[in-house]
Design a protein around this ligand. Structure first.
Ligand SMILES: [Zn+2]
Length: 288
């Protein structure tokens, strides 16, 4: 079981082996806020036990950084423990359908943890927002910010200010990924927005400083430099898609027709999504 480690004043992270996913915990004088609830009810109960080793204060809220099951399927356990579930409105709207699709894929897995995953019902957050939301923890206020679309339509980051107002820590969800299990490739999946993602990370970068502890959705704690590098690589992906589409390269030839900052096998969805998301004028073949 992953234990919580303090990365800033009363801010903890537990990095879990399954999916290499991070769960965050923030304490204030009024209680606790959890960031992401892990991938099944049984794992969430272990997370809750670890939370109670840190503090017996009330659980005020459990925040989902985005819709994906490895960040949301523990919701029911934390709702039962008294936490209000919080997410971006697009993440809440997509949760039931996402979990239904994941159950179909998970049924083919042999790892017994997937049995727990399939048996866990999604619990949809009721407290949602579109742009930004503050959560009052008593002697500190934390900020939930939707910087734009990227890994999904409903990503949020959690910014925890220090006494001087700069960000002591920031939970980035899967807008940033460090995990070596995936060679630090951000998840450009079938529900991603590769053309929007660079600008969303530009906004995230304005929220942090060189001293901010940045927690990716998966992998070890990183810093501003890492976020800037990932933003650059995602910018190359988006510009390459824009260039290929602008030159009229057919979608089924696009992956092979360019050099990419990430392995091609990680980019099939990204290219398809990018072609779909470009304005139709940019997708037409040249007239001559
Ligand atoms: Zn994700």
């Amino acid at each position: 079981m992953a234990t919580f480690e303090e990365i800033a004043d009363r801010v903890w992270v537990a990095r879990h082996e399954w999916f290499d996913v991070n769960v965050g915990l923030i304490a204030g004088s009024a209680g606790l806020v959890l960031v992401d609830t892990n991938a099944s009810a049984s794992i969430a109960r272990e997370v809750l036990a670890e939370v109670r080793r840190i503090s017996h204060a009330p659980l005020l809220a459990a925040v989902n950084t985005h819709v994906h099951f490895d960040h949301t399927l523990g919701n029911g356990v934390f709702a039962e423990a008294g936490a209000e579930l919080v997410a971006h409105e697009a993440a809440a709207a997509a949760l039931v359908e996402h979990v239904a699709a994941i159950r179909v894929q998970a049924a083919a897995e042999t790892d017994p943890r997937f049995t727990d995953l399939v048996a866990t019902d999604p619990v949809v957050p009721e407290l949602t927002f579109s742009s930004a939301k503050a959560l009052d923890l008593g002697d500190r206020v934390i900020e939930l910010i939707h910087p734009g679309r990227g890994h999904t339509a409903g990503d949020l980051v959690v910014r925890i200010p220090s006494a001087d107002g700069s960000a002591a820590a920031l939970f980035a969800g899967d807008l940033v990924e460090e995990s070596a299990q995936r060679s630090a490739v951000p998840g450009l999946g079938s529900d991603s927005y590769p053309m929007d993602w660079p600008a969303s990370l530009d906004l995230v970068i304005t929220l942090i400083t060189g001293g901010t502890a940045v927690v990716p959705g998966h992998g070890s704690v990183i810093d501003l430099d890492f976020v800037q590098e990932q933003r650059s690589a995602l910018g190359v992906v988006a510009e390459t898609i824009r260039d290929l589409a602008g030159r009229g390269v057919p979608l089924d030839q696009a992956l092979e027709a360019a050099d990419w900052p990430y392995p091609r096998e990680e980019l099939a969805d990204a290219v398809r999504r990018g072609y779909e998301q470009l304005p139709s004028a940019r997708r037409q073949l040249p007239l001559i």
